[in-house]
Design a protein around this ligand. Structure first.
Ligand code: CS2
Length: 487
């Protein structure tokens, strides 16, 4: 068995692959909620580079909300892990050393509340996925269920992310620990505004509002890097490149971008020295990325999974797929929003397709297909709504929704099962089971999901008719032949 990556073995790692800072030197200045692969291959790398360039105590106190698996692996390795960049031309690997401490929110929520009240902490970043915010995807309003309501009462430790934040902020005010920025790094439209709305709502219930106005900001961000879930292959790649075992190894594409609204009352790392763009308004970037990159990603995921393709790159080679995606971008997505200054929407779309085609990135279609009820609104439905409001009929975007509806049926075009991994899975299944097994039956059953489809969309007959048409095509010919005939 090979030795494990850790402080004691780090000297054996090739010099070019070692962390760019001395691990453990910088104190924690950031709390991050959500220790998934994306954060560790994106913000943790930017933050290490920023500290390498300009110093500062901006180490990351990493908090895993629920799972302990990643914590156990990272603890055994003194919080070190590697990221291998998978470019068509070759590989490069670096060990990241910006995690300053590790915490488990479900196991010890009070420790996280204490961290949020620590004056050394000046930034909280979050990657808790769309559903972690407990917002209704169709309206953006808070879903105040019993669990979250319980979190607002102070006699038991908080169980939800919003509950944890609000209790942490209350403790921070009591400790007079100074201003702080709460930064959503999830793929939600106007994520800073949503985050503010969510916390404001909860603050009103806990009389924190006045203190928050003076002390808390909500910078919006656009985050972007394709980071597939790690597999045994990722770990054996790391072993080959480091000469050490790394049970927390990650891989990602070469592209990495971060656009951040510059509103940090307690200071921030010099992220601009690490290649991030600091701006007054990141929302045009968020919309560009969500509707184009994430919209097309979801489209390829549902269509590709139905056609039996395992990865996004492979699905993109289906006859007609790239052509249909180009039309989806040019005819539906691009005209639906104003791009950031100087950005050409079609060129951006081409770059996205190029990134998805990278064969070294084995991003599974069923991974992107998860949580469709939480992702579709901002990725595809807003495009449809904006085009309908402009009097246009976005055929391709509607096709993507039809593909999601077919995917929700749980069987691919060859009769193999598809996983419906979605917080609304039970509701979706119940609605489908009660509906006639016809295209119209499926469409009406799923358009009735009011937290997904806004009333303007659910009541739009043109959209309904087209959904039925696409589902009928898929039923008759399968997705593969439909795509080949459509482009
Ligand atoms: C993907 C994203 O899994 C998904 O839903 O669309 O995670 C995507 O890879 C990232 O947003 C890329 O920045």
């Amino acid at each position: 068995m090979s030795d494990l990556l850790g402080l004691a073995t780090l000297g054996r790692v090739p010099a070019a692959s070692r962390p760019r800072i001395t691990p453990g030197d910088a104190g924690a200045g950031i709390v991050h909620l959500g220790l998934g692969a994306f954060h560790r291959a994106h913000q943790a790398v930017f933050t290490e580079d920023a500290m390498a360039a300009a110093g500062g105590n901006w180490g990351i106190a990493g908090v895993a909300p629920r799972s302990v698996t990643v914590l156990d692996a990272l603890r055994a390795q003194d919080r070190l892990y590697s990221v291998t960049t998978l470019a068509a031309e070759g590989r490069s690997t670096r060990v990241v050393g910006s995690l300053a401490s590790l915490h488990h929110a479900a196991g010890d929520p009070d420790a996280v509340v204490r961290l949020l009240a620590d004056p050394a902490i000046r930034i909280v970043t979050l990657t808790v996925t769309e559903k972690g915010y407990r917002l209704d995807p169709a309206t953006g309003r808070l879903l105040l269920d019993d669990e979250l309501r319980g979190d607002l009462e102070s006699f038991r430790p908080p169980r939800t992310v919003p509950g944890l934040l609000i209790r942490g902020l209350a403790a921070r005010r009591r400790a007079d620990a100074g201003p702080i920025a709460l930064v959503s790094c999830d793929n939600l439209p106007a994520n800073g505004h949503r985050m503010r709305g969510l916390v404001d709502y909860l603050a009103a219930a806990t009389s924190l509002t006045d203190w928050m106005r003076e002390n808390v900001t909500f910078p919006g961000t656009m985050v972007d890097r394709i980071v597939p879930a790690s597999t045994d292959e990722t770990r054996s790649l790391a072993l080959g490149r480091l000469g050490l075992r790394d049970d927390a190894a990650l891989s990602g594409e070469p592209y990495s971008a971060w656009v951040i609204e510059d509103d940090f009352p307690g200071g921030r790392p010099a992220w601009e020295k690490a290649g991030a763009v600091l701006t007054g308004d990141p929302r045009p970037w968020e919309m560009l990325k969500l509707r184009t990159l994430n919209g097309v990603h979801s489209a390829i995921a549902y269509l590709g999974a139905l056609a039996g393709r395992e990865t996004i790159a492979d699905a993109l080679t289906l006859p007609g797929m790239a052509g249909v995606m180009r039309r989806f971008i040019a005819e539906d997505i691009a005209p639906s929003f104003m791009p950031p200054p100087g950005v050409d929407r079609i060129e951006y779309g081409e770059e996205v397709l190029h990134r998805f085609a990278n064969p070294a990135i084995r991003y599974r279609t069923v991974q992107v297909a998860t949580d469709g009820s939480q992702k579709l609104p901002q990725r595809v439905l807003h495009t449809i709504l904006d085009r309908r409001a402009a009097g246009a009929t976005p055929h391709w975007a509607i096709m993507v929704v039809a593909a999601w509806m077919r995917y929700a049926g749980g069987v691919d075009d060859n009769g193999r099962p598809l996983p419906l991994d979605d917080p609304l899975a039970a509701r979706i299944r119940a609605r489908l089971a009660a509906a006639p097994a016809t295209p119209a039956g499926v469409v009406d059953a799923l358009l009735g999901l009011d937290t997904v489809f806004a009333p303007e969309l659910a009541g739009d007959d043109t959209v309904r008719d087209l959904l039925i048409e696409w589902l009928t095509e898929f039923d008759k010919h399968g997705v593969e032949a439909t795509l080949a005939g459509a482009a």
